[in-house]
Design a protein around this ligand. Structure first.
Ligand code: GLU
Length: 469
């Protein structure tokens, strides 16, 4: 049997980090088994529905580079089919019409509570064989006939054997009085019709599973395999939410994380392969299974994600990094490098040095921006102060660098050392810092000798001059 997994998010407007991990695990499980991952949007909540919310999820998946098989399925568009299954269940005697009014249901709950019983529907319409026509102005709902005895066992690949006494299942509603299906019905029908063999989802759905199995069994359909994943918690131990600063995939993208770093991080957040921390996507596909998914909720560790990101930035292709920092340069520094060949060339030449230091693309952007700036550029406070204190050194730097035969990092460094010995008591920093301040407008950059070589003599001298020497 070939494996079919699915990713069925509800479009909430953004892609939650927990959803991203669910998508990743479904994707890996499908890839590992040579199967398929299908993609369904659970868009039945029309009051809150918006196309942008769907686009946000699609973009989240695309950014994470998790592809799906086939067309995106809209749950809303399949409502007629869900209702048809409800009718089949009615015909088979596995479901029935119920005419209880909201007032009756409230009264039922209150009485049960007063008598110390669980506040569930008392099945008063279960054996009445009502025909579904309106009665005293009330349109009926359709309820499933849940088994009254025995138990339902979920053999969960993550949570183990979870058993529920059937009497606790309640005759829950599958079709509302307006004829629309409930989530419980829709999800089961869709999974069946889409040929889903493995349901891998958050453990907040574990309670739904015995109910969903009740519909599956009533239809005589095969029960899929289940794997319920533990929640992702914030560093403080509370469920990961907006409050923690970054609950959505878009936020990680905007903070300058690479998709492969986030994938690696999410993979390890809840699954392990020995002591391996850095796991490529190819290795993940080879090794992934539900057997090593941990049961306990996992805490998010930003420092660990950052160190993985640094690793992936260091190993990323320079041209790709250049492309990735383009939008950040625009947004954060108002620098457009699209048509600027000189800036692109300089950034590429400096990339090996820049990427060694960067934990995020934002850091890469900020520390590389000086390559893309044009005279006149501004100086930050520290750089301005260094320049103010280094008038004489700057003049000497200007004349020494003008006279250099070979404008290479090694020669530039040797010249700076000589200047330091002759004029700054041997302190190289007294020369390198003003050079850095002049060339970059900041006090932080990779090797400034290397940067000067990339700029070349003409630009280096022009920048020194502009900086006041
Ligand atoms: N739409 C549900 C959610 O976003 C997923 C349901 C499921 O995986 O069965 O939580």
């Amino acid at each position: 049997m070939s494996v079919v997994t699915r990713f069925p998010p509800s479009p909430t407007g953004f892609m939650h980090i927990g959803n991203a991990r669910t998508a990743l695990y479904n994707w890996l499980y499908a890839k590992h088994n040579g199967g398929k991952m299908l993609f369904r949007i659970e868009d039945t909540d029309r009051a809150r529905h918006s196309e942008e919310a769907v686009v946000a999820i699609v973009n989240g998946l695309k950014w994470l580079e998790l592809d799906w098989d086939g067309e995106i399925v809209s749950q809303f568009e399949r409502q007629a089919r869900h209702a048809e299954v409800a009718r089949t269940l009615l015909e088979k005697g596995h479901a029935y019409y119920c005419y209880c009014t909201p007032e009756e249901l409230t009264e039922m709950r209150e009485r049960a509570k007063a008598e110390g019983r669980p506040p569930v529907y008392d099945r008063r319409w279960r054996d009445k064989n009502a025909d579904g026509k309106p009665l005293n102005g009330v349109n009926p709902v359709v309820r499933i006939k849940a088994p009254l005895t025995g138990e339902t066992a979920v053999n969960d690949h993550v949570q183990g054997n979870v058993r529920v006494a059937n009497e606790q299942l309640d005759d829950f509603i599958i079709l509302r009085s307006d004829g629309t299906p409930t989530y419980m019905l829709s999800v089961v029908v869709d999974d069946h019709d889409m040929g889903v063999t493995h349901v891998i989802r958050g453990d907040d759905h574990l309670n739904n599973t015995p109910r969903q199995m009740c519909i599956i069994n009533a239809m005589g359909w095969p029960v899929p395999e289940y794997g319920h994943l533990p929640m992702i918690l914030g560093p403080d131990g509370a469920k990961m939410s907006k409050r923690h600063g970054a609950a959505s995939v878009e936020e990680y993208r905007d903070m300058g994380y690479l998709p492969e770093a986030l994938r690696n991080y999410l993979l390890r957040l809840g699954w392990s392969h020995g002591d391996d921390e850095i796991i490529s996507t190819a290795q993940a596909i080879e090794w992934f299974g539900l057997d090593h998914v941990q049961k306990a909720a996992a805490r998010f560790d930003f420092a660990k994600l950052e160190s993985l990101n640094a690793h992936y930035i260091q190993n990323a292709d320079n041209a790709r990094l250049l492309e990735l920092i383009g939008p950040f340069l625009q947004k954060r520094h108002d620098l457009s490098i699209g048509g600027d060949d000189t800036a692109q060339k300089r950034l590429l030449a400096g990339m090996d040095e820049l990427k060694k230091r960067a934990k995020t693309l934002l850091q890469l952007t900020d520390e590389g921006a000086f390559y893309a700036k044009k005279i006149p550029y501004s100086f930050d406070e520290k750089a301005r102060q260094t320049l103010n204190e280094s008038g004489e050194i700057l003049k000497i730097l200007y004349s020494s660098l003008s006279a250099l035969n070979f404008f290479t990092a090694a020669e530039i460094e040797a010249t700076c050392k000589k200047i330091a010995e002759d004029h700054a008591g041997g302190k190289l920093g007294k020369v390198a810092m003003p050079l850095r301040a002049a060339l970059t407008g900041t006090a932080v950059s990779p090797s400034i000798f290397h940067a000067a070589e990339i700029f070349g003599r003409e630009e280096t001298l022009a920048r020194l001059k502009f900086s006041g020497s």
